[in-house]
Ligand binder design. Structure first.
Ligand SMILES: NC(=O)c1ccc[n+]([C@@H]2O[C@H](COP(=O)([O-])OP(=O)(O)OC[C@H]3O[C@@H](n4cnc5c(N)ncnc54)[C@H](O)[C@@H]3O)[C@@H](O)[C@H]2O)c1
Length: 263
């Protein structure tokens, strides 16, 4: 598959841990210049070093960034675009959940999840579009969730925010397709990282052993393909959607979940 990603500038928000880490490494594997933007600079640096050690010709680096703050996002993206001659790919990874029955949620939980999952998406997409419009092309891939498509108990607020990411991406895709800009979404299945794949900012930090081997075996049986997904599974789909191989695909949502959801 010809990806056309070599030497392209790829920004991955939340690129230091778990799914974002796998995505950063996958783009580096294609020879892209990867900018890992993460609150957790130390973890991002670890991943940038691993990406550069692949020796595929790109240069990866970390930039500390809180994507909940639009002024920070604007100034960091401006600097990246000026230094790199544009931003070709944006991958929105930052997000998280609070598992609670909706009747037990609070407005504080609503605000937290809207900020983390939807506002971060708005901040990043709004900030990258001027560069992609002026260079007449670009690809934005956002990590959503099937909870946003089919619903999930204890995830009502999260589901709403991920549904918002999907719906807004489709609307924006209709507005900016004329500039050669594509927006697509990937919905991963449950993705449990290894302990060395996460930093302090990850929701999975310190959660080793959360699931007993017996529970993990029963979770596998929920998936037609009989295994639990990895960050690499999601990363392969993200690279494809960002690449030239998908240059006539926009506004689409792809589940990478071993068939758990078939939408
Ligand atoms: N892990 C799963 O099972 C799963 C399943 C479906 C969807 N998703 C989605 O995939 C995405 C990644 O999930 P994950 O499990 O890899 O996450 P994670 O919690 O392991 O990692 C999140 C990363 O984002 C960084 N981060 C957090 N807040 C930030 C901020 N404000 N600014 C910049 N960086 C910030 C953290 O430091 C960390 O490196 C999320 O959007 C999540 O909703 C995850």
């Amino acid at each position: 598959m010809e990806t056309g990603l070599a030497k392209k500038t790829v920004v991955v928000t939340g690129g230091g841990s778990n799914i974002g880490r796998a995505i950063s490494l996958a783009f580096a594997g294609e020879g892209a210049n990867v900018v890992i933007t993460d609150l957790d600079e130390a973890q991002g640096k670890k991943v940038a070093d691993q990406a550069n050690a692949l020796g595929k010709g790109g240069v990866s680096k970390v930039v500390k960034l809180d994507v909940t703050k639009i002024t920070e996002v604007e100034s960091v993206f401006k600097k990246i675009a000026e230094e790199s001659g544009g931003i070709h790919v944006l991958v929105n990874v930052v997000g998280g959940d609070v598992l609670t029955m909706f009747k037990d949620t609070t407005p504080e939980i609503w605000d937290k999840l809207i900020l983390l999952n939807y506002r971060t998406f708005l901040n990043s997409v709004k900030s990258v579009l001027p560069y992609m419009i002026s260079q007449k092309g670009g690809s934005i891939v956002s990590i959503a969730s099937d909870a946003g498509r089919v619903g999930e108990a204890k995830e009502a607020v999260y589901s709403g925010t991920k549904g918002a990411v999907i719906a807004a991406s489709k609307s924006i895709a209709k507005e900016v397709g004329r500039y050669g800009i594509r927006l697509n979404m990937v919905c991963p299945g449950m993705t449990i990282p290894k302990s060395d794949e996460v930093g302090e900012g990850s929701a999975w930090k310190g959660q080793e052993g959360l699931f007993s081997p017996e529970v993990l075996e029963s979770i596998k049986k929920l998936y037609p393909l009989r295994r639990i997904g990895t960050g690499d599974d999601t990363a392969k789909a993200v690279v494809f959607l960002a690449s030239d191989a998908a240059d006539f695909i926009t506004g689409q949502t792809l589940s990478v979940s071993g068939g758990f959801t078939m939408v």
